[in-house]
Design a protein around this ligand. Structure first.
Ligand SMILES: *Cc1c(COP(=O)(O)O)cnc(C)c1O
Length: 429
Protein backbone atom coordinates (compact mmCIF):
# COMPACT_ATOMS: atom_id res chain seq x y z
CA UNK A 1 0.00 0.00 0.00
CA UNK A 2 1.17 3.52 -0.74
CA UNK A 3 1.45 5.31 2.62
CA UNK A 4 1.08 8.80 1.15
CA UNK A 5 -2.62 8.47 0.36
CA UNK A 6 -3.94 7.05 3.64
CA UNK A 7 -5.04 8.72 6.86
CA UNK A 8 -3.61 8.10 10.32
CA UNK A 9 -6.34 5.65 11.40
CA UNK A 10 -5.89 3.57 8.23
CA UNK A 11 -2.12 3.45 8.64
CA UNK A 12 -2.44 2.51 12.33
CA UNK A 13 -4.32 -0.62 11.20
CA UNK A 14 -2.43 -1.50 8.01
CA UNK A 15 1.11 -0.07 7.93
CA UNK A 16 3.69 -2.85 8.15
CA UNK A 17 1.10 -5.65 8.18
CA UNK A 18 0.08 -6.82 4.71
CA UNK A 19 -1.11 -10.46 4.40
CA UNK A 20 1.77 -12.88 5.02
CA UNK A 21 3.36 -13.57 1.59
CA UNK A 22 4.27 -17.15 2.56
CA UNK A 23 0.85 -18.36 3.77
CA UNK A 24 -1.73 -15.62 3.15
CA UNK A 25 -2.37 -15.35 6.89
CA UNK A 26 -4.20 -12.05 7.32
CA UNK A 27 -3.05 -11.47 10.89
CA UNK A 28 0.60 -10.67 11.44
CA UNK A 29 2.49 -13.94 12.19
CA UNK A 30 4.65 -14.14 15.31
CA UNK A 31 8.05 -15.15 13.93
CA UNK A 32 9.15 -16.92 17.09
CA UNK A 33 12.59 -17.83 15.78
CA UNK A 34 16.11 -16.91 16.76
CA UNK A 35 17.75 -17.53 13.37
CA UNK A 36 17.08 -17.67 9.60
CA UNK A 37 18.48 -20.17 7.07
CA UNK A 38 20.83 -18.65 4.46
CA UNK A 39 20.24 -19.37 0.73
CA UNK A 40 23.92 -20.27 0.29
CA UNK A 41 27.40 -19.21 1.43
CA UNK A 42 27.43 -16.10 -0.79
CA UNK A 43 24.08 -14.96 0.61
CA UNK A 44 25.37 -15.46 4.15
CA UNK A 45 28.55 -13.48 3.40
CA UNK A 46 26.56 -10.63 1.83
CA UNK A 47 24.26 -10.46 4.86
CA UNK A 48 27.17 -10.33 7.29
CA UNK A 49 28.87 -7.60 5.21
CA UNK A 50 25.62 -5.54 5.21
CA UNK A 51 25.69 -5.76 1.39
CA UNK A 52 22.17 -7.14 1.32
CA UNK A 53 19.23 -6.62 3.66
CA UNK A 54 17.77 -9.69 5.33
CA UNK A 55 17.43 -11.67 8.49
CA UNK A 56 20.36 -13.32 10.28
CA UNK A 57 19.58 -13.55 13.98
CA UNK A 58 16.70 -12.08 16.04
CA UNK A 59 18.95 -10.02 18.29
CA UNK A 60 19.45 -7.80 15.20
CA UNK A 61 16.24 -8.13 13.19
CA UNK A 62 13.02 -10.14 13.23
CA UNK A 63 10.08 -10.00 10.76
CA UNK A 64 7.42 -9.42 13.47
CA UNK A 65 9.52 -6.65 14.99
CA UNK A 66 10.14 -5.27 11.48
CA UNK A 67 6.37 -4.93 11.00
CA UNK A 68 6.14 -2.83 14.18
CA UNK A 69 9.16 -0.79 13.06
CA UNK A 70 7.47 0.00 9.74
CA UNK A 71 4.22 0.94 11.46
CA UNK A 72 5.90 3.28 13.96
CA UNK A 73 8.15 4.91 11.35
CA UNK A 74 5.07 5.47 9.17
CA UNK A 75 2.91 6.97 11.93
CA UNK A 76 5.72 9.25 13.14
CA UNK A 77 6.52 10.25 9.52
CA UNK A 78 10.08 9.03 10.04
CA UNK A 79 12.45 7.16 7.76
CA UNK A 80 13.39 4.17 9.93
CA UNK A 81 12.74 2.60 13.31
CA UNK A 82 14.36 0.19 15.74
CA UNK A 83 12.29 -1.52 18.43
CA UNK A 84 13.80 -2.47 21.78
CA UNK A 85 13.06 -4.43 24.95
CA UNK A 86 11.77 -1.38 26.86
CA UNK A 87 11.51 2.38 26.70
CA UNK A 88 14.67 2.78 28.73
CA UNK A 89 16.53 0.46 26.38
CA UNK A 90 15.36 2.67 23.50
CA UNK A 91 16.82 5.74 25.22
CA UNK A 92 20.25 4.10 25.61
CA UNK A 93 20.14 2.73 22.07
CA UNK A 94 19.13 6.14 20.70
CA UNK A 95 22.06 7.88 22.36
CA UNK A 96 24.62 5.15 21.59
CA UNK A 97 25.46 6.13 17.95
CA UNK A 98 25.87 9.77 19.00
CA UNK A 99 27.90 9.42 22.17
CA UNK A 100 31.45 8.58 23.23
CA UNK A 101 33.35 9.14 26.49
CA UNK A 102 33.23 12.87 27.33
CA UNK A 103 30.09 13.49 25.27
CA UNK A 104 27.16 15.44 26.72
CA UNK A 105 23.42 15.62 26.27
CA UNK A 106 21.36 18.66 27.26
CA UNK A 107 18.06 17.46 28.71
CA UNK A 108 14.89 18.95 30.13
CA UNK A 109 14.47 18.90 33.91
CA UNK A 110 10.84 17.83 33.35
CA UNK A 111 11.67 14.39 31.94
CA UNK A 112 10.13 11.22 33.33
CA UNK A 113 11.92 10.48 36.63
CA UNK A 114 13.38 7.22 35.35
CA UNK A 115 14.96 9.05 32.41
CA UNK A 116 16.62 11.60 34.69
CA UNK A 117 17.81 8.74 36.86
CA UNK A 118 19.36 7.02 33.81
CA UNK A 119 21.12 10.23 32.79
CA UNK A 120 22.34 11.19 36.25
CA UNK A 121 23.50 7.80 37.53
CA UNK A 122 24.15 5.51 34.57
CA UNK A 123 25.39 7.87 31.85
CA UNK A 124 28.56 8.60 33.89
CA UNK A 125 29.40 4.89 33.86
CA UNK A 126 29.73 5.19 30.06
CA UNK A 127 31.70 8.44 30.40
CA UNK A 128 28.64 10.36 29.17
CA UNK A 129 26.98 13.21 31.01
CA UNK A 130 23.73 15.16 30.92
CA UNK A 131 23.17 18.83 31.63
CA UNK A 132 19.66 19.20 33.00
CA UNK A 133 17.99 22.52 32.13
CA UNK A 134 14.59 24.16 32.58
CA UNK A 135 12.98 23.64 29.17
CA UNK A 136 10.32 26.29 29.79
CA UNK A 137 12.99 28.72 28.56
CA UNK A 138 14.27 27.19 25.29
CA UNK A 139 17.27 29.55 25.43
CA UNK A 140 18.57 27.44 28.33
CA UNK A 141 19.50 24.77 25.79
CA UNK A 142 21.68 27.23 23.90
CA UNK A 143 23.37 28.34 27.13
CA UNK A 144 24.24 24.76 28.09
CA UNK A 145 25.89 23.84 24.77
CA UNK A 146 29.62 23.03 24.70
CA UNK A 147 31.91 21.54 22.04
CA UNK A 148 31.02 18.10 23.47
CA UNK A 149 27.23 18.46 23.16
CA UNK A 150 25.83 15.67 20.97
CA UNK A 151 22.07 15.97 21.43
CA UNK A 152 19.11 17.69 23.11
CA UNK A 153 16.51 15.54 24.88
CA UNK A 154 12.94 16.57 25.73
CA UNK A 155 9.48 15.03 26.16
CA UNK A 156 6.69 16.37 23.93
CA UNK A 157 4.22 15.95 26.81
CA UNK A 158 6.06 15.17 30.02
CA UNK A 159 5.27 12.35 32.46
CA UNK A 160 3.68 13.03 35.00
CA UNK A 161 1.94 15.43 32.70
CA UNK A 162 0.76 18.95 32.40
CA UNK A 163 4.12 20.02 30.95
CA UNK A 164 4.29 20.68 27.20
CA UNK A 165 7.60 21.46 25.48
CA UNK A 166 7.99 24.14 22.80
CA UNK A 167 9.37 21.58 20.33
CA UNK A 168 9.75 24.01 17.43
CA UNK A 169 11.74 26.58 19.43
CA UNK A 170 14.06 23.92 20.86
CA UNK A 171 14.46 22.27 17.42
CA UNK A 172 15.58 25.60 15.97
CA UNK A 173 18.32 25.89 18.61
CA UNK A 174 19.35 22.26 18.00
CA UNK A 175 19.63 22.94 14.29
CA UNK A 176 21.72 26.07 14.82
CA UNK A 177 23.97 24.06 17.17
CA UNK A 178 24.33 21.16 14.70
CA UNK A 179 22.96 18.51 17.07
CA UNK A 180 19.91 16.23 16.78
CA UNK A 181 16.82 16.84 18.92
CA UNK A 182 15.54 13.65 20.61
CA UNK A 183 11.92 13.73 21.69
CA UNK A 184 10.32 11.18 23.99
CA UNK A 185 6.82 10.98 22.51
CA UNK A 186 5.48 8.28 24.88
CA UNK A 187 2.67 10.28 26.50
CA UNK A 188 1.50 12.05 23.36
CA UNK A 189 1.83 9.14 20.90
CA UNK A 190 1.91 10.06 17.18
CA UNK A 191 -1.87 10.39 17.32
CA UNK A 192 -1.61 13.53 19.44
CA UNK A 193 1.72 14.93 18.23
CA UNK A 194 4.29 14.23 15.53
CA UNK A 195 7.48 15.96 16.70
CA UNK A 196 9.27 15.35 13.38
CA UNK A 197 6.83 17.84 11.80
CA UNK A 198 8.27 20.46 14.18
CA UNK A 199 11.93 19.69 13.49
CA UNK A 200 12.74 16.78 15.82
CA UNK A 201 15.45 14.41 14.52
CA UNK A 202 14.84 11.31 16.62
CA UNK A 203 11.79 10.03 18.51
CA UNK A 204 11.91 7.56 21.39
CA UNK A 205 8.95 5.66 22.78
CA UNK A 206 8.08 3.44 25.66
CA UNK A 207 5.62 1.28 23.66
CA UNK A 208 4.80 -0.26 27.06
CA UNK A 209 2.29 2.54 27.57
CA UNK A 210 -0.34 3.84 25.10
CA UNK A 211 0.98 2.15 21.96
CA UNK A 212 0.40 -1.36 23.28
CA UNK A 213 -2.36 0.13 25.42
CA UNK A 214 -3.17 -2.90 27.53
CA UNK A 215 -0.60 -2.91 30.32
CA UNK A 216 0.75 -6.28 29.18
CA UNK A 217 3.98 -5.83 27.24
CA UNK A 218 7.27 -4.02 27.76
CA UNK A 219 8.76 -2.42 24.67
CA UNK A 220 10.50 0.62 23.28
CA UNK A 221 11.30 2.21 19.94
CA UNK A 222 13.66 4.70 18.29
CA UNK A 223 12.38 6.43 15.15
CA UNK A 224 14.77 8.39 12.91
CA UNK A 225 13.47 11.24 10.76
CA UNK A 226 16.24 10.50 8.23
CA UNK A 227 16.79 14.25 7.91
CA UNK A 228 19.99 14.83 9.88
CA UNK A 229 23.34 15.39 8.14
CA UNK A 230 25.58 13.14 10.25
CA UNK A 231 28.72 14.22 8.34
CA UNK A 232 28.29 17.89 9.21
CA UNK A 233 31.00 19.17 11.56
CA UNK A 234 32.62 15.78 12.22
CA UNK A 235 30.66 15.44 15.48
CA UNK A 236 29.36 11.92 14.82
CA UNK A 237 32.24 9.62 13.83
CA UNK A 238 30.28 6.42 14.63
CA UNK A 239 27.77 7.31 11.92
CA UNK A 240 29.90 9.23 9.43
CA UNK A 241 33.37 7.78 9.95
CA UNK A 242 34.94 4.35 9.39
CA UNK A 243 33.25 1.64 11.53
CA UNK A 244 35.89 -0.85 12.70
CA UNK A 245 33.31 -3.58 13.31
CA UNK A 246 32.43 -3.61 9.57
CA UNK A 247 35.86 -3.29 7.86
CA UNK A 248 35.80 0.52 8.00
CA UNK A 249 32.30 0.88 6.50
CA UNK A 250 30.98 4.46 6.65
CA UNK A 251 27.29 4.10 7.52
CA UNK A 252 26.24 7.56 6.37
CA UNK A 253 28.05 7.32 3.00
CA UNK A 254 26.71 3.80 2.44
CA UNK A 255 23.13 3.99 3.73
CA UNK A 256 22.29 7.72 3.56
CA UNK A 257 19.04 8.52 5.34
CA UNK A 258 18.87 4.95 6.73
CA UNK A 259 22.38 5.19 8.29
CA UNK A 260 21.17 5.82 11.83
CA UNK A 261 18.57 3.00 11.78
CA UNK A 262 21.03 0.52 10.23
CA UNK A 263 23.59 1.47 12.88
CA UNK A 264 21.01 0.92 15.65
CA UNK A 265 20.43 -2.64 14.41
CA UNK A 266 23.87 -3.64 13.13
CA UNK A 267 25.90 -2.13 15.98
CA UNK A 268 23.53 -1.06 18.79
CA UNK A 269 21.30 -4.13 19.03
CA UNK A 270 24.11 -6.43 18.01
CA UNK A 271 26.53 -5.28 20.73
CA UNK A 272 24.21 -4.07 23.51
CA UNK A 273 21.48 -6.65 22.87
CA UNK A 274 18.23 -5.10 24.19
CA UNK A 275 16.04 -6.69 21.50
CA UNK A 276 12.25 -6.79 21.76
CA UNK A 277 10.53 -10.18 22.06
CA UNK A 278 8.51 -10.78 18.86
CA UNK A 279 5.49 -11.71 21.00
CA UNK A 280 5.58 -8.24 22.57
CA UNK A 281 5.89 -6.64 19.13
CA UNK A 282 2.85 -8.64 18.04
CA UNK A 283 0.76 -7.49 21.02
CA UNK A 284 1.85 -3.91 20.42
CA UNK A 285 0.78 -4.21 16.77
CA UNK A 286 -2.67 -5.37 17.92
CA UNK A 287 -2.85 -2.49 20.38
CA UNK A 288 -1.93 0.08 17.76
CA UNK A 289 -4.88 -0.92 15.59
CA UNK A 290 -7.11 0.87 18.14
CA UNK A 291 -4.64 3.65 19.06
CA UNK A 292 -6.70 6.51 17.64
CA UNK A 293 -9.96 5.27 19.21
CA UNK A 294 -8.34 4.75 22.59
CA UNK A 295 -6.50 8.09 22.58
CA UNK A 296 -9.69 9.90 21.65
CA UNK A 297 -11.46 8.35 24.66
CA UNK A 298 -8.42 8.70 26.99
CA UNK A 299 -8.24 12.44 26.23
CA UNK A 300 -11.99 13.09 26.42
CA UNK A 301 -12.20 11.25 29.75
CA UNK A 302 -9.10 12.99 31.16
CA UNK A 303 -10.49 16.40 30.22
CA UNK A 304 -13.75 15.69 32.08
CA UNK A 305 -11.96 14.23 35.11
CA UNK A 306 -9.61 17.25 35.27
CA UNK A 307 -12.59 19.61 35.14
CA UNK A 308 -14.33 17.64 37.89
CA UNK A 309 -11.24 17.71 40.13
CA UNK A 310 -10.64 21.43 39.50
CA UNK A 311 -14.09 22.11 40.98
CA UNK A 312 -13.78 19.74 43.96
CA UNK A 313 -13.43 21.34 47.42
CA UNK A 314 -10.87 18.72 48.61
CA UNK A 315 -8.54 19.42 45.66
CA UNK A 316 -5.87 22.13 45.96
CA UNK A 317 -4.73 22.24 42.32
CA UNK A 318 -4.86 20.30 39.02
CA UNK A 319 -1.97 20.16 36.50
CA UNK A 320 -3.65 19.36 33.20
CA UNK A 321 -2.72 21.25 30.03
CA UNK A 322 -6.26 20.80 28.72
CA UNK A 323 -7.56 23.27 31.32
CA UNK A 324 -7.59 26.87 29.99
CA UNK A 325 -6.05 28.14 33.26
CA UNK A 326 -3.00 25.85 32.86
CA UNK A 327 0.42 27.39 32.22
CA UNK A 328 0.98 25.11 29.22
CA UNK A 329 -2.49 25.47 27.68
CA UNK A 330 -1.31 27.60 24.73
CA UNK A 331 1.52 25.18 23.92
CA UNK A 332 -0.94 22.29 24.21
CA UNK A 333 -3.26 23.96 21.71
CA UNK A 334 -0.38 24.22 19.24
CA UNK A 335 1.27 20.81 19.72
CA UNK A 336 -1.62 18.67 21.02
CA UNK A 337 -4.72 20.10 19.32
CA UNK A 338 -6.65 16.83 19.64
CA UNK A 339 -6.28 16.61 23.43
CA UNK A 340 -3.78 17.01 26.26
CA UNK A 341 -3.29 13.29 26.90
CA UNK A 342 -4.51 11.17 29.79
CA UNK A 343 -1.77 11.45 32.43
CA UNK A 344 -1.77 14.30 34.92
CA UNK A 345 -1.26 15.20 38.56
CA UNK A 346 -3.42 16.91 41.13
CA UNK A 347 -2.91 17.95 44.75
CA UNK A 348 -5.15 17.16 47.69
CA UNK A 349 -5.69 19.49 50.62
CA UNK A 350 -4.31 17.81 53.73
CA UNK A 351 -1.05 16.52 52.16
CA UNK A 352 0.51 13.11 52.64
CA UNK A 353 -2.14 11.53 54.88
CA UNK A 354 -5.01 12.44 52.60
CA UNK A 355 -3.03 11.37 49.51
CA UNK A 356 -2.46 7.91 50.97
CA UNK A 357 -6.12 7.63 51.95
CA UNK A 358 -7.23 8.45 48.40
CA UNK A 359 -5.15 5.62 46.84
CA UNK A 360 -6.47 3.28 49.54
CA UNK A 361 -10.04 4.42 48.93
CA UNK A 362 -10.38 3.88 45.16
CA UNK A 363 -12.23 0.84 43.80
CA UNK A 364 -12.23 1.16 40.01
CA UNK A 365 -8.77 2.72 39.80
CA UNK A 366 -5.76 0.43 40.24
CA UNK A 367 -3.03 1.65 42.58
CA UNK A 368 0.17 0.87 40.69
CA UNK A 369 3.26 2.27 38.94
CA UNK A 370 2.29 2.38 35.27
CA UNK A 371 0.50 4.61 32.78
CA UNK A 372 -1.21 4.15 29.42
CA UNK A 373 -3.37 1.16 30.27
CA UNK A 374 -7.01 0.96 29.10
CA UNK A 375 -7.74 0.82 32.85
CA UNK A 376 -7.65 3.93 35.05
CA UNK A 377 -4.54 4.02 37.25
CA UNK A 378 -3.49 6.07 40.28
CA UNK A 379 -0.33 6.45 42.31
CA UNK A 380 0.83 8.59 45.23
CA UNK A 381 4.46 9.29 44.22
CA UNK A 382 5.64 10.50 47.67
CA UNK A 383 4.89 7.13 49.28
CA UNK A 384 6.04 4.99 46.30
CA UNK A 385 8.15 5.97 43.27
CA UNK A 386 9.72 8.99 44.99
CA UNK A 387 9.91 7.72 48.59
CA UNK A 388 13.74 7.46 48.60
CA UNK A 389 14.07 11.23 48.07
CA UNK A 390 14.10 13.95 50.72
CA UNK A 391 11.00 16.16 51.12
CA UNK A 392 12.81 18.94 49.29
CA UNK A 393 13.84 16.70 46.38
CA UNK A 394 10.30 15.35 46.15
CA UNK A 395 8.81 18.82 45.82
CA UNK A 396 11.43 19.76 43.18
CA UNK A 397 10.50 16.63 41.21
CA UNK A 398 6.80 17.50 41.28
CA UNK A 399 6.17 14.67 43.74
CA UNK A 400 5.36 16.57 46.91
CA UNK A 401 3.38 14.97 49.75
CA UNK A 402 0.00 16.13 48.37
CA UNK A 403 0.55 14.96 44.76
CA UNK A 404 -1.47 12.18 43.11
CA UNK A 405 -0.81 11.00 39.55
CA UNK A 406 -3.62 9.69 37.38
CA UNK A 407 -3.60 7.80 34.10
CA UNK A 408 -7.20 8.04 32.95
CA UNK A 409 -8.49 4.93 31.19
CA UNK A 410 -11.17 4.36 28.59
CA UNK A 411 -13.99 3.28 30.94
CA UNK A 412 -17.34 5.13 31.25
CA UNK A 413 -16.28 8.57 32.43
CA UNK A 414 -19.10 8.86 34.98
CA UNK A 415 -17.78 5.72 36.69
CA UNK A 416 -14.25 7.13 36.81
CA UNK A 417 -15.48 10.40 38.33
CA UNK A 418 -17.74 8.62 40.83
CA UNK A 419 -14.81 6.50 42.04
CA UNK A 420 -12.64 9.58 42.66
CA UNK A 421 -15.59 11.37 44.26
CA UNK A 422 -16.17 8.63 46.82
CA UNK A 423 -12.42 8.18 47.50
CA UNK A 424 -11.97 11.92 48.11
CA UNK A 425 -15.02 11.96 50.36
CA UNK A 426 -13.76 9.02 52.42
CA UNK A 427 -10.25 10.49 52.64
CA UNK A 428 -11.40 13.88 53.95
CA UNK A 429 -14.36 12.91 56.14
C1 LIG B 1 7.60 4.58 31.09
C2 LIG B 1 8.37 5.66 30.43
C3 LIG B 1 9.69 5.44 30.00
C4 LIG B 1 10.42 4.15 30.26
O1 LIG B 1 9.84 3.12 29.52
P1 LIG B 1 9.88 1.57 29.97
O2 LIG B 1 9.14 0.90 28.87
O3 LIG B 1 9.22 1.49 31.30
O4 LIG B 1 11.33 1.20 30.04
C5 LIG B 1 10.35 6.48 29.35
N1 LIG B 1 9.74 7.66 29.13
C6 LIG B 1 8.47 7.90 29.52
C7 LIG B 1 7.86 9.21 29.25
C8 LIG B 1 7.75 6.90 30.18
O5 LIG B 1 6.50 7.16 30.57
Amino acid sequence: MSDKTYGFETLAVHAGAAPDPATGARALPIYQTTAYAFDDADHAAALFNLQTVGFIYSRLTNPTNAALETRLATLERGRGCTVTASGHAAQVLAAFPLMSPGAEIVASSRLYGGSLQQMRNTYPKFGWSAKIVDADQPENFKRAVTANTKAFFIESLANPGGVVSDIEAIARIAEATGVPLLVDNTLATPWLCRPIDYGATLIVHSTTKFLSGTGTSMGGAVVDSGKFDWANGGKFPSLAGPEPAYHGLNFFETFGDMAYTFHCHAVGLRDLGPSQAPFNAWITMLGMESLSLRMERHCANAQKVAEFLAGHPAVAWVNYAGLPSNKYHQLARKYLPKGAGSVFTFGVKGGYDVGVKVVDGVNLFSHLANIGDAKSLIIHPASTTHRQLTDEQRVAAGAGPDVLRLSIGIETVDDIIADLQQALEKATS
